[in-house]
Design a protein around this ligand. Structure first.
Ligand code: FAD
Length: 462
């Protein structure tokens, strides 16, 4: 029986980051992973493969729409789908292999196989039982099912199947207008599929600042995606590899159907804790299947902790990573913590959408007085030159103190631009602090500064 300070179950961004941090802090650590490769959902079937396909199809879009105007003439590239999937797989392989390398470098043992916790202080992997002072559950999540929809990962797929379809479908129906559905829907729309997104709510990207969500929907519609909002899917039937999605409009119960070659079920994800033996241990769970933890990630059983998608909070890789680092530091006697008020969310469509902190809706609900500084990318020289003039930066600041409370960006590199605001928020900055910071010209970042200026005496180029 091998003995460790810490055994982590699951090697996603929560688990692998935690393992490396534990090792750096001098703890003897092992990470259990049942998949063939490390990196969890994120590296294998999530963030990384989806971003590879988004990048490739964005390049295609650029070639089809903007090359000629820049004087780059000639035939647009044709799509070799098998090669695009090979590029995506290579990208995944480089990243998962990278984690294996980091485990060796940091002396983290990879215990290969599916783990369970037969009792406190013990982790069973295959026939072997290992001992650990601390056990961290980082087993992530799986796609949520929907009543009446049977997934076969061929015609009716989850995001996992959508990342490896054997051909580009003529028509695709996406059920759910959340981040995953819209990212993958826009990949296939750029590849020529007719994509219809069916959403239960009356707006896309629930929880998003409403003004951004409306603008985002307009942009996606211009790119060819169709939306049916306020529609409750009743079921999907498959005949001769064609799927029919039936839905009911919520406002008047009118019934309708759409037929497609592929249906992507993207109605969210739920924690995955199967086979761990948590019930027998008496670990408290929420009614949504999340492992309950305190503010130091401890479950209801001493010595057992949980992080990432398996607990409450946004299901995001960087949230899982930060929790992984925090718990490692806590177990090493330090003071790790995560500021849940400053966790950015990014949608990697073209253009990107990024948000952090409060929205206008949450501020109104809290009755907090705020001001809005907005700046359109149309006023940004770099964005105009790069055909990226659509969209805007919006900063929300406290009306009295000018402290930044949130920010929302739709436009070029929004997912990178948002971090300047995250750092400012971590330091408790006022909009004026951003506005007085010199920003290089010509960059997209100038639009962030202009939005900060707009919180005060006004933007210069608006
Ligand atoms: P996971 O990454 O789910 O890893 C858990 C691991 O535990 C898995 O490898 C699993 O095999 C293993 N495991 C489970 N049970 C056991 C067991 N009993 N024994 C051994 N191993 C076990 N997030 C972002 O921040 N940005 C994005 O761009 C983004 N894009 C996404 C795109 C898609 C298509 C999907 C599906 C998700 C995306 N996400 C994105 C979400 C992100 O992938 C998750 O939030 C993140 O992976 C959660 O990390 P985790 O460590 O909690 O769990």
């Amino acid at each position: 029986m091998a003995s460790y300070d810490v055994i982590i179950i699951g090697s996603g961004p929560g688990g692998y980051v935690c393992a490396i941090r534990c090792a750096q802090l001098g703890l003897k650590v092992a990470c259990v992973e049942g998949r063939e490769t490390l990196g969890g959902t994120c590296l294998n079937v999530g963030c990384i493969p989806s971003k590879a396909l988004l990048h490739a199809t964005e390049m295609l879009h650029e070639a089809e729409h903007n090359f000629a105007e820049m004087g780059l003439k000639g035939k647009s590239p044709s799509v070799d789908w098998a090669q695009m999937l090979a590029y995506k797989d290579k990208t995944v392989g480089q990243n998962t292999g990278g984690i294996e390398f980091l485990f060796k470098k940091n002396k983290v043992d990879w215990l290969k196989g599916w783990g369970s916790i037969p009792e406190k202080g013990r982790v069973k992997v295959g026939d072997e039982v290992h001992e650990a002072k601390h056990i961290i559950v980082a087993t992530g999540s799986e796609p949520s099912p929907l009543k009446g929809v049977e997934v076969d990962e061929e015609t009716v797929v989850t995001s996992t199947g959508a990342l490896k379809l054997n051909k580009v479908p003529k028509q695709m129906v996406v059920i759910g207008a959340g981040v995953i559905g819209l990212e993958l829907g826009s990949v296939y729309a750029r590849l020529g599929s007719e994509v219809t997104v069916v959403e239960y709510l009356d707006a896309i990207t629930p929880g998003q600042d409403a003004e951004i969500a409306r603008q985002f929907q307009k942009m996606l519609t211009k790119q060819g995606l169709k939306f049916v909002l306020g529609a409750a899917v009743q079921g999907v039937s498959v005949k001769n590899k064609k799927a029919t999605v039936s839905y009911k409009m919520r406002k008047d119960d009118a019934e309708a159907e759409i037929t497609a070659d592929t249906v992507l079920l993207a109605t969210g994800r739920r924690p995955y804790t199967d086979g761990l033996g948590l019930d027998a241990l008496g670990i408290a769970m929420s009614d949504r299947g999340q492992i309950e933890v305190n503010d130091r990630y401890k479950t209801s059983v001493d010595g057992i902790y949980a992080i990432g998608d398996a607990i409450k909070g946004p299901m995001l890789a960087h949230k899982a990573e930060d929790e992984g680092m925090a718990i490692a530091e806590i177990l090493a006697g330090q003071h790790g913590h995560v500021n849940y008020g400053v966790i950015p969310g990014v949608i990697y469509t073209h253009p990107e959408v990024a948000s952090v902190g409060e929205t206008e809706e949450t501020l109104k609900e809290a009755g907090r007085a705020y001001k809005v500084g907005k700046f359109p990318f149309m006023g940004n020289a770099r964005a105009k030159a790069n055909f990226m003039g659509d969209g805007f930066v919006k900063i929300l600041a406290d009306k009295e103190t000018d402290r930044i409370l949130g920010a929302h960006i739709i436009g070029p590199m929004a997912g990178d631009l948002i971090h300047e605001i995250c750092v400012a928020m971590e330091f408790g900055a006022a909009a004026e602090d951003l506005a007085r910071t010199c920003h290089a010209h010509p960059t997209y970042s100038e639009a962030v500064r202009e939005a900060a200026l707009a919180c005060g005496d006004g933007a210069i180029h608006a």
